[in-house]
Design a protein around this ligand. Structure first.
Ligand code: KIV
Ligand code: ZN
Length: 393
């Protein structure tokens, strides 16, 4: 595959499947449809709507999402057996564009302790499952679960065989979030180089955040390894410490296009709306300092930064709050704020002061109050101004 021209990076959102595996984040059918519609507005390429065989509720939710969404491909997860695959196929039958995502563990630990299967049995089951899935769609993804901790030699064998059988996307999960960026990137590259028919499939990364490295690992999988699909979730929701966060990887790819040279179809103006909807439905609060979607992601608190941003936003902003769906960036007034930010807020509030001396006087009062309060709100400023006016009367 030619990796030099600007290529498309496929955004595969799994908020409704892996995201729902966050303890306490389960969603009703109606809630899943609302989120899926918002993901469609965000223009994600693939929506993994659930795991059809896992429960009747999940099956119904995937069916409803398949009917409601027209523009994104709808995917259901399935274990590598006929029953699961048939259920997945039935759930996504109404979708305009459909994908079945088959997974089977390939690490020694999982095969021996969980599946109680030999390598030969796993290889055979992987092949059979793809053959069966081909009866329903040409768009088939295969994931060797715990792939990153699997013996590469065995992975070469399994992945070559499933590609030969018709798998069109090969996803390499770091199921337990054990990877380190450079090593994971190299791991994907080695797979692509060693497997003779690797260019017949799109390579995908699926990283968990147990060490806080999911986004970094995914980006390394893309940049070093040549993967062209990232699996991710809104707000980084997901099993245990979560998955790669969609807003972070998308904004990294967009903001550093100079480095990644990839295009994504995501409509980034929908990012904040997506984040808020998922947070509201799941009850998972977004931490204030979370990149892109946290309440403080575009807030400036120190006087030096505020002064810089008021003069030229690029001084302390690499992205625009408005581009991802915030109404504006935020100058937070507090004890670190400077006179310039204070004066600007007075103007925004329609307060005009007679002289610079009056501004200085009000600013001094502001500083006294700011030492007592974490944040100074507009009402505080108005009361500072009116008490200054009363003193003059
Ligand atoms: O983390 C994982 O291994 C998964 C697979 C089912 C893709 O979620
Ligand atoms: Zn996962």
């Amino acid at each position: 595959m030619n990796q030099s021209a600007t290529e498309k990076l496929i955004i595969f959102d799994t908020t409704l499947r892996d995201g729902e595996q966050s303890p306490g984040a389960s969603m009703t059918k109606e809630e899943k449809v609302r989120i899926a519609r918002q993901l469609e507005r965000l223009k994600v390429d693939v929506i993994e709507a659930g795991f059809a065989a896992s429960s009747p509720g999940d099956f119904e939710a995937i069916k409803a999402v398949s009917l409601a969404v027209k523009d994104s491909t709808i995917c259901s997860l399935a274990r590598a057996n006929d029953k699961d695959i048939a259920k997945a196929a039935e759930a996504i039958a109404a979708a305009n564009s459909k994908r079945i995502h088959v997974f089977l563990a390939t690490s020694e630990l999982h095969m021996k302790m969980k599946l109680r299967m030999t390598r030969e049995q796993v290889l055979e089951q992987a092949i059979q499952s793809i053959r069966f899935a081909r009866n329903f769609t040409d768009d088939i993804e295969f994931s060797p679960e715990d792939g990153y901790r699997s013996d590469p030699e065995f992975l070469y064998q399994v992945l070559e065989a499933v590609i030969k059988e018709g798998a069109t996307t090969i996803n390499v999960p770091d199921t337990v979030g054990y990877a380190i960026p450079e090593l994971y990137g190299q791991f994907i590259l080695d797979l692509r180089n060693k497997i003779p028919n690797s260019d017949k499939a799109i390579w995908s990364v699926h990283c968990h955040n147990d060490l806080g490295l999911a986004v970094a690992n995914s980006l390394a999988g893309v940049h070093i390894g040549g993967a062209r699909q990232i699996e991710c979730t809104i707000n980084g929701l997901g099993e245990r410490a979560g998955n790669t966060s969609l807003e972070e990887v998308v904004m990294a790819i967009k903001t550093r296009k100079d480095y990644f040279n990839l295009s994504v179809g995501t409509d980034i103006s929908q990012i904040v709306a997506c984040s808020k909807l998922v947070s509201q439905i799941t009850g998972f609060v977004v931490q204030p300092n979370k990149a892109v979607v946290g309440a403080n992601a575009f807030a400036h608190a120190s006087g030096i930064h505020q002064d810089g941003v008021l003069k030229a936003r690029d001084t302390y902003e690499i992205m625009r709050a408005e581009d991802v769906g915030w109404s504006a960036n935020k100058i937070v007034l507090g004890k670190l704020s400077g006179r310039n930010a204070f004066k600007q807020r007075l103007q925004e509030l329609g307060v005009s002061m007679e002289s610079e001396a009056d501004v200085n006087e009000a600013f001094a009062r502001f500083k006294v109050l700011a030492d007592q309060k974490a944040e100074i709100f507009d009402e505080d400023i108005m009361s500072i101004v009116s008490s200054a006016e009363q003193d003059l009367d």
